[in-house]
Design a protein around this ligand. Structure first.
Ligand code: HEC
Length: 175
């Protein structure tokens, strides 16, 4: 097969594959733009992401997501145990939710700083009813009506009691 080049087609490259010939055209600008753009992007990404560590690496992002999922699962499963409550007591989102509940319902008797008033101090190491996380959780749930500590189980539900317990524990060093 023969091809008669038109003057506008430009020069032909000096090879033929299966009868196919190629013009020696310049690459289009949009194509070059994406190529150089990708190169510039990769250099900036490398500097910002890996040298200055502004972005988290995929491993860190994965670990972070897995940690969040674990905590969410622990919170939503309704399961409470000392390790889960200690873990939640280091988690900002849970602590903040617990802080809001505490400020609204508990601070009137226990003081906003947990220092104690009508109800006892909750940030010292003295516990009337036991200082293990599940003991605190259980005590808040059932209350001590004869001493003036209301029963919060039916009012708050398990999740909110878990959050407020985590908030109280956040004032104590984790084991
Ligand atoms: C009307 C006052 C009052 C309110 C409101 C109140 N408490 Fe209490 N709380 C008490 C009293 C009084 C005690 C002490 C009970 C006892 O002597 O057995 C107590 C005891 C406790 C204890 C056990 C402390 C220990 O040393 O074992 C915890 C934990 C606790 N409260 C948490 C809470 C939380 C969380 C809230 C809010 C959801 C709350 N309280 C709201 C009065 C209150």
């Amino acid at each position: 097969m023969s091809h008669t080049p038109l003057p506008s087609d430009g020069p032909l490259r000096p090879h033929t594959y299966d009868g196919i010939e190629e013009f020696d055209h310049r690459l289009p600008n949009w194509w070059l733009f994406t190529l150089y753009g990708a190169i510039v992007f990769s250099v900036l990404y490398w500097i910002l992401g890996f040298q200055m560590e502004l972005a988290s690496t995929p491993e860190e992002a994965l670990l972070e997501t897995m940690r969040e999922n674990q905590l969410a699962a622990a919170r939503n499963s309704g399961e409470v145990s000392d390790p889960i409550l200690w873990k939640l007591s280091r988690e900002t989102q849970t602590i903040e939710a617990g802080r809001a509940t505490f400020a609204a319902l508990c601070a009137s008797c226990h003081q906003p700083d947990l220092g104690g008033g009508i109800g006892p101090n909750l940030k010292d190491t003295v516990w009337i009813h036991g200082g293990q996380p599940i003991q605190i959780h259980a005590l808040i749930t059932r209350g001590v009506l004869e001493k003036g500590m209301p029963t919060w189980g039916p009012v708050l539900g398990q999740n909110k009691i878990t959050e407020v317990t985590a908030f109280i524990l956040s004032h104590h060093p984790a084991p």
